[in-house]
Design a protein around this ligand. Structure first.
Ligand SMILES: Cc1cc2nc3c(=O)[nH]c(=O)nc-3n(C[C@H](O)[C@H](O)[C@H](O)COP(=O)(O)OP(=O)(O)OC[C@H]3O[C@@H](n4cnc5c(N)ncnc54)[C@H](O)[C@@H]3O)c2cc1C
Ligand code: FES
Length: 275
């Protein structure tokens, strides 16, 4: 059995600045056999190491149907993320994973689908949105709602414009604070709910973003009749091993790295507030 703590080397294929502190990295594994065998589920994460600095977990943000290269969107907040931001195409990083449970894709077939993304919370959701769009006819109504703090805080602006124009999906976008060029909605993402959410029946909603946004989204979704088992999110916890060995990510008897990071609100409601 291969060593779960030993990273595979991956090369940065390209990078794309999203905002002033957030960048998308596209990687490919260096070893041809590992590259050929690499696959992941939407919602899974990688442990990525800036060699000589340290390792941190990041949600996969690209389409699992095209795993030859894969993308991760990283906000620079500390030592590891800043060291990753200093890297250029052609540079190498270490990769362990994919880890975690991921979204159970097939369970959502035949349902209405709603995504509620806030800020860089859209990144892990994109790994589910894209394969769902590949299999669009397997799902009923398809609604993407996205909120960013300001127009400059939007991630994937090019892809957002494409989603907005796609006839097979409904799309709503808002910013908390606009500017002179912004002609769209202004207000938090929950202000889009009454205008665009049609029904809670046979509908699953995926919510990902800052904790405050998630809190208010759940309050409003509950008022609209959504049951906790139909509200799905991904949890972030401090992690070390990523594989259920060190206990760093434990909440009660659950390890977020192996039992999550994807949980329904029915499951999260049963977890203790603090471990
Ligand atoms: C499952 C999972 C998926 C993630 N996906 C992404 C992603 O797609 N993109 C991304 O930019 N980040 C993501 N993160 C967060 C990312 O792992 C941290 O930002 C990173 O570990 C910071 O490392 P650092 O050495 O740069 O900063 P540090 O010096 O370790 O931390 C800098 C600051 O960030 C805070 N912080 C660090 N880790 C976390 C955490 N897990 N939760 C909350 N606050 C934290 C610290 O308290 C500190 O204030 C994810 C975390 C988890 C657990
Ligand atoms: S990160 Fe080690 S048990 Fe989850």
């Amino acid at each position: 059995m291969s060593n779960i703590y030993l990273p595979n080397l991956a090369r940065i294929v390209k990078t794309q600045n999203e905002t002033y502190d957030t960048r998308t990295f596209e990687f490919e594994l260096v070893d041809p056999k590992a590259k050929k065998e690499f696959k992941f589920k939407p919602g899974q994460f990688l442990e990525i190491s800036a060699l000589g600095v340290g390792e941190a977990p990041f949600g996969l943000a690209s389409n699992p149907n095209r795993p030859e290269t894969f993308q991760v969107t990283i906000r620079a907040v500390g030592a590891v993320t800043r060291a990753l931001h200093a890297k250029k195409p052609g540079d190498l990083v270490g990769i362990r994973g994919p880890f975690g449970n991921g979204f159970p894709f097939d369970e959502y077939k035949g349902k209405n689908i709603i995504f509620v993304g806030g800020g860089i919370g859209l990144c892990p959701l994109r790994s589910l949105i894209e394969p769902m769009l590949d299999a669009r006819s397997a799902f009923k109504d398809f609604l993407i709602l996205y909120g960013a703090r300001t127009p400059a805080d939007q991630v994937y602006p090019g892809r957002l414009k494409e989603w907005e124009k796609m006839p097979e999906i409904r799309f709503g976008m808002t910013v908390d604070v606009g500017n002179a060029d912004w002609k769209g909605n202004v207000g938090v993402v929950t202000t889009l709910f009454p205008k665009l959410i049609q029904t809670a029946d046979n509908t699953v909603v995926f919510v990902c973003g800052p904790p405050i946004m998630i809190r208010f989204a759940i309050i409003e979704l509950s008022k609209l009749g959504f049951k906790p088992e139909n509200i799905v999110s991904t949890l972030e916890r401090y992690m070390k091993c990523g594989v259920g060995k060190c206990g760093h990510c434990a909440i009660g008897h659950k390890y977020v790295c192996v039992d999550g990071p994807v949980f329904t609100y029915k499951e999260i409601g049963k977890l203790p507030e603090k471990s």
